[in-house]
Design a protein around this ligand. Structure first.
Ligand SMILES: NC(=O)c1ccc[n+]([C@@H]2O[C@H](COP(=O)([O-])OP(=O)(O)OC[C@H]3O[C@@H](n4cnc5c(N)ncnc54)[C@H](O)[C@@H]3O)[C@@H](O)[C@H]2O)c1
Ligand SMILES: O=C(O)[C@H](O)CO
Length: 386
C-alpha cells in the first residue's frame, strides 16, 4: 500500500486531475492548467528525489496526466499505474528523457512529453561558462583569494589557456551542441571540429560565413571540420564539450582509452548526462594529468561524485544547473504542462519541436497543440497544421 504524500491543490473542482511531482518555477503553467478545467495537485514533500512508491501514491486511483522530473524512474510500474488511473499523458520537465522507458509508455498508450528548445541557449551558456572557468582556473583563483593567500601580482600566478585560435570540439552537435559551438567560435574565434551522427549544416554555414567576415576584416578566418570519428575530435581539439543524448550508444563514450587520446592540456566539459563519461577513469586521468581540466555539470551517480573527484583542483563542478535561468525554467514548466494539457484535451502534436517559441509568449494564448511528444509517431498522434 503506497504511503500518502503531501500535496497542494489548485482548482479543486477541476474536471481533469493533473499531478506535478514537484513545484516548478513561475505561475503561468499553473494558470494555463487551471483555466482549462484541471484540478492541479503539486507534491510538496520535502525530499529531493521521489521514489516510485511516492509517485504511485500521487497517481492514486484516478489521474489524467503527470508532470515529472528527470530524477524519477518512469518505467513499467508507473506507466501501468497511470494507465489504470485513466491517464494518457506524462511529461518530463527536461529535454533529456533517459529516465523514461518510452517502450513501457508505448505499451500503455501514454504520451511522453519533453521540453526542447527553451533551454538550448541557457545550457550552452553554462557549458561556455565551464569552459572559461576551466581554461582560466577561476574557481581555484577564487578559493585562493578567499583563503587570504594573495600577496601581490606574480608572473606565474594562475596561468591558464588562451582560447583564441584554438580548436573547440563538439560531440553531439544538435540544438545545444551547435549553440555552444557558435558561442565559442564567435566569442573567442576558435576553430571547430565536431562529431555527430548527422551533418550540422546550419552550424557549418555559420562558421563559413563568420570565417569570411573575419577574413574580409583582415583577421585570421575561423574554420570547421566534421570529423569522421569521435576519436578525431578527441585528438585534435583543445576544448571538448559533450552534448549527445544519453542512450546505449553514448554510455561511457569518454572512457580511459579515449581520455588518453586527448591533449595533455585539453579541457573537457560535460553538460549532457553523467554516464556519458566514465567518471572513475576521469578521476584517475585528472590525477595523472594536472594540466588537463574538466568542467562538469552532470555526474555518473548523481547526486554523488565518484571518490576523489571533489579533491581535484583541475575540476570545476556544479550541481546540474545548466538550464537554470529563470526564463528557461519557467518555460520548461510551461512546455511540460502544455504537453500534458494538450494530450488530455485531444490536441494534435506541434509540427516542429525545435521551434516552440509560440508556446512561450506570455502575452498570447498558446497554440492548441502539445509542444513536444517524443512517442507521437508510435502512438499515431495527429500533427498540428497550425
Ligand atoms: N545539464 C543539463 O542541465 C542539460 C540541459 C539540457 C539538456 N541536457 C542534455 O543534453 C542532451 C542534448 O540536448 P539537445 O536539446 O541538444 O538534443 P538534440 O537532440 O538536439 O542533440 C543531441 C545530438 O546528439 C547526437 N547524437 C546522438 N547519439 C550520438 C552519438 N552516439 N554520437 C554522437 N552524437 C550523437 C544527435 O544526433 C543530436 O544531434 C539532452 O538529451 C540532455 O540529456 C542537459
Ligand atoms: O535534460 C534536461 O533538460 C536537463 O538535464 C535539465 O534541464
Amino acid at each position: 500500500m503506497a504511503k500518502p504524500v503531501q500535496i497542494e491543490v489548485w482548482n479543486p473542482n477541476g474536471k481533469y486531475r493533473v499531478v506535478s511531482t514537484k513545484s516548478m518555477p513561475g505561475t503561468r503553467w499553473i494558470n494555463l492548467l487551471i483555466e482549462q478545467d484541471c484540478r492541479l495537485e503539486i507534491c510538496t514533500e520535502k525530499k529531493t528525489i521521489l521514489s516510485v512508491e511516492d509517485i504511485l501514491a500521487l497517481i492514486g486511483d484516478r489521474c489524467d496526466g503527470v508532470i515529472g522530473q528527470l530524477t524519477e524512474d518512469w518505467g513499467e510500474t508507473l506507466f501501468s499505474a497511470l494507465s489504470r488511473a485513466g491517464g494518457k499523458a506524462f511529461s518530463n520537465m527536461a529535454v533529456g528523457y533517459n529516465n523514461v522507458d518510452v517502450e513501457a509508455a508505448n505499451k500503455y498508450g501514454v504520451a511522453v512529453g519533453n521540453t526542447p528548445g527553451v533551454l538550448t541557449e541557457t545550457t550552452a551558456e553554462l557549458a561556455a561558462s565551464l569552459s572559461l572557468a576551466a581554461a582560466r582556473r577561476i574557481v581555484e583563483a577564487d578559493e585562493f583569494m578567499r583563503a587570504g593567500k594573495y600577496e601581490g601580482w606574480l608572473p606565474h600566478l594562475f596561468v591558464g589557456n588562451l582560447l583564441k585560435g584554438q580548436t573547440v570540439g563538439v560531440i553531439g552537435a544538435g540544438r545545444i551542441g551547435s549553440a555552444y559551438a557558435r558561442m565559442m567560435i564567435e566569442g573567442f574565434k576558435m576553430n571547430l571540429i565536431y562529431y555527430d551522427l548527422y551533418q550540422a549544416t546550419r552550424l557549418e554555414k555559420f562558421v563559413t560565413a563568420y570565417g569570411q567576415f573575419l577574413k574580409a576584416s583582415g583577421e585570421q578566418p575561423v574554420t570547421w571540420k566534421r570529423a569522421a570519428s569521435m576519436e578525431e575530435v578527441l585528438r585534435e581539439a583543445d576544448v571538448i564539450s559533450l552534448h549527445p543524448i544519453l542512450d546505449k550508444t553514448t554510455y561511457h563514450l569518454v572512457n580511459k582509452e579515449r581520455l588518453a587520446m586527448m591533449k595533455k592540456e585539453a579541457i573537457l566539459v560535460n553538460c549532457s548526462r553523467g554516464p556519458v563519461v566514465d567518471e572513475v577513469a576521469l578521476v584517475e586521468h585528472l590525477r595523472e594529468n594536472p594540466m588537463f581540466r574538466v568542467g562538469l555539470d552532470v555526474f555518473e551517480d548523481e547526486p554523488y561524485m565518484k571518490p576523489g573527484l571533489a579533491d581535484m583542483k583541475n575540476a570545476v563542478v556544479v550541481p546540474h544547473i545548466a538550464s537554470a535561468s529563470k526564463w528557461t525554467r519557467e518555460g520548461m514548466a510551461t512546455l511540460a504542462a502544455l504537453n500534458v494539457l494538450g494530450k488530455i484535451k485531444g490536441y494534435p502534436v506541434w509540427g516542429n519541436p525545435n521551434s516552440v517559441d509560440a508556446f512561450l509568449n506570455e502575452n498570447s494564448q498558446p497554440p492548441a497543440a502539445c509542444p513536444s511528444i517524443v512517442n507521437s509517431k508510435t502512438l499515431g498522434l495527429p500533427v498540428s497544421k497550425l
